[in-house]
Design a protein. Structure first.
Lengths: 341, 334
């Protein structure tokens, strides 16, 4: 499985917001990759930079104030950041497509579904006839499980429910057979039952069309159900990366452990749900030491002085925590883990 | 939509009725007897009295009002006290002159205003945005008569590019068919005259367009800025759409409704409120027609003139309301 080629590689990405109150590094030296046909999850609390990361890949960061200030985004080996706006337009919606959190507002209320679907096709299939475009649009609407898709083509977004609109968004994103689909919190705004349907749909499409998916979410349940590999982000940085099973069985970073503990467990009847104390620091407010130190139960003196790197604790597991720095020694790490559990 | 239109048209009846009553009473509050004005200061008391009776002005106001209303219902807008001609026959050339000028001005205002607003919003905080918005602010605060006079001085007197006043070359008058001279000259194939007519339209048209242009630009900008932040704009860009089409297709259609409202109101204002411009440019329009009628206490002309302007005003606003429904499928009229 690991021999699959890396399709999308984000290396040392930095996206900064230049505001009146100073520069805010929303994405701070972020690295990750997505392989062909893989489902990668990016998890983190609100404000940790996951959405900005995804918008950076599409180069749709609202600018001003946002700007990509460094790094590279390799798609099939080519750096997207070096492409012109015209070249990027060829890629957007064609090779890399995106769906958003708010299905209620992500479709233009004044155009029919058919019009918006056809637009997505005709932008990249310039030689297709009107009939071909229409057929393809209807075919995609059927594929995402929308009944009476021919009628829906003539309807406006306000005539559809939230779940149906998100299906339309997915159909529209996949209409040009993209190699990567970036899904930014695709189920957050939906009812739980609809959530499950949409996730199942995305998994099916991933299997059927072999589209790689970059799933951005704050919901570990969604990750467990959908993703092969997980990247955990905190305050603009990647703090842990591992295959999904590994993350749930052996979470290493204290933050990841906290996240997993704060998922309600039906079998365990604790009085109160665990929550990580404190809040996500404002990006750019910490210039020294580990960004999680202030909220970390295992923090020790070094955490306040030095800035941790991503340390590799096994072949496919990396953690940004001194507990996994070989200098500190494995004993220390084990000790800390025992203390915690 | 059909039922709604009928309902709205029926609602116009009390509005217009109230308006006729208000105008009827107000003009009678202006001091001065029409008979006296017509006959002049030297007229004998008997002559004035005789004319007063002849004009029906000796009747109690309600008799006069209801006979006026009765006339309107029969399509009779009354007769000018001054020229003795039916208002309905007399008014069209004036109205046409104003319509032509107002439409010309509105086309300039809409095309320039909307585009300036769009570009300002698209490139927010750019030099274009700043200069357009400063100009728009100057535009709304500029007294039209001053702007008109300056235009005449610069382009008509100094540069001699454009005529100072009037609608046409008096030595080569347009033979009127519709009284809309652009159409008349086109029908007759008189392109030399067409060019003259357009040249006459430019200065008063620009003077008249200034304020609506500025208002439309500011309204478009703020409406566009709000729309450009919407999720569906990001969706359109994520599809790979060109920024130009994202702005002019996806954003503009969503931003246009408040702008349309403003345009509707401004057209109405241009029709009735162009008196200053019409005076400066000696434009034989409806504003001047009513203004002269007020000076002569020509009651039927004032009443019917204002009624016509008011009618056009409410009709334009009805059309604007109906347009909302065509633009936004979420607006339903039943």
């Amino acid at each position: 499985m690991n021999e699959r080629k890396k399709l999308l590689e984000v290396n040392d990405l930095q996206t900064t917001f230049f505001t009146d109150s100073g520069e805010i590094p929303a994405v701070d030296h972020v690295d990750f990759y997505v392989r062909e046909g893989e489902v990668l999850g990016i998890v983190g609390e609100s404000g940790c930079g996951k959405s900005v990361t995804s918008l950076s890949i599409m180069q749709l960061v609202p600018s001003p104030p946002g700007k990509i200030t460094g790094g590279e985004i390799l798609f099939e080996g080519q750096d997207l950041l070096k492409k012109t706006e015209k070249e990027m337009r060829e890629i957007r919606g064609n090779d890399v497509a995106m769906i958003f959190q708010e299905p209620m507002t992500s479709l233009n209320p004044l155009f029919t579904i058919g019009n918006q679907m056809s637009e997505a096709i005709s932008l990249h299939q310039k030689k297709w006839s009107k009939k071909q475009i229409k057929e393809r649009a209807i075919e995609m609407l059927k594929l995402v499980g929308l009944p009476r898709s021919e009628e829906i083509m003539k309807e406006y977004p306000h005539q559809l429910s939230g779940g149906m609109r998100q299906r339309v968004m997915i159909a529209m994103a996949l209409v040009c057979d993209p190699k990567v689909l970036i899904a930014d919190e695709p189920t957050t705004a939906l009812d739980v039952t609809i959530q499950a349907q949409i996730l199942k749909l995305m998994r099916d499409l991933n299997e059927r069309m072999n589209t790689a998916i970059l799933l951005i979410t704050h919901d570990l349940g969604v990750v467990a159900e959908t993703c092969e590999r997980v990247v955990v982000m905190y305050a603009g940085q990647v703090i842990e990366e591992a295959p999904t099973e590994e993350i749930f069985e052996n979470p290493c970073h204290p933050y990841t452990r906290g996240l997993i503990q704060s998922v309600p467990d039906m079998r365990d009847k604790k009085d109160r749900l665990y929550s990580i104390p404190g809040n996500v620091p404002k990006p750019g407010s910490i210039d020294k030491g580990c960004r999680f130190a202030a909220r970390c139960e295992s923090a020790f003196s070094r955490c306040w002085i030095e800035t941790p790197e991503l340390y590799r604790n096994s072949e496919n597991h990396q953690t940004r925590c001194f507990l996994y720095d070989e200098q500190e020694g494995v004993t220390n790490a084990n000790e800390q883990t025992t203390v915690k559990s | 939509m059909f039922n709604y239109t009928i309902k709205r048209l029926l609602q116009l009846i009390p509005v217009l009725l109230g308006m006729t009553f208000l105008v009827f009473m107000l003009i009678r509050a202006i001091p001065g007897n029409p008979a006296q004005v017509i006959l002049g200061q030297q007229a004998t008391k008997e002559a004035v009295e005789a004319l007063t009776i002849k004009l029906g002005l000796d009747q109690p106001w309600y008799t006069q009002y209801f006979s006026y209303l009765g006339g309107i219902l029969k399509g009779d807008l009354g007769e000018s006290m001054r020229t003795r001609l039916p208002v309905a026959d007399e008014v069209w050339p004036y109205l046409a002159a104003t319509l032509e000028l107002a439409l010309f001005a509105m086309i300039i205002a809409v095309v320039v205003g909307i585009n300036a607003g769009i570009i300002s919003a698209w490139f927010q905080n750019s030099w274009f945005d700043y200069s357009a918005m400063v100009l728009a602010l100057v535009g709304v605060s500029m007294p039209i008569f001053w702007l008109g006079l300056m235009g005449q001085w610069a382009f008509a007197i100094e540069l001699q590019w454009l005529p100072t006043t009037g609608r046409e070359n008096v030595r080569d008058p347009v033979s009127a068919i519709t009284n809309l001279y652009i159409i008349d000259t086109l029908i007759q194939g008189r392109f030399d005259q067409l060019w003259v007519v357009i040249k006459h339209l430019i200065l008063p048209g620009l003077a008249l367009a200034t304020i609506p242009m500025a208002i439309i630009a500011r309204m478009t900008r703020s409406s566009m800025l709000e729309v450009m932040r919407s999720d569906y704009i990001r969706t359109a860009r994520a599809k790979g759409q060109k920024m130009f089409w994202v702005v002019y297709k996806h954003a503009l259609k969503n931003a246009i409704i408040p702008v349309l409202t403003v345009i509707g109101l401004q057209i109405g204002l241009l029709l009735g409120g162009a008196i200053l411009t019409e005076t400066i440019f000696a434009w034989p329009g409806i504003g001047r027609y009513i203004y002269d009628a007020i000076n002569f206490r020509d009651y039927p002309v004032i009443q019917s003139g204002i009624l016509i302007v008011a009618f056009i005003f409410v009709m334009i606003n009805l059309i604007v309301d109906l347009l909302y429904g065509l633009i936004d499928p979420r607006i339903k009229y039943d």
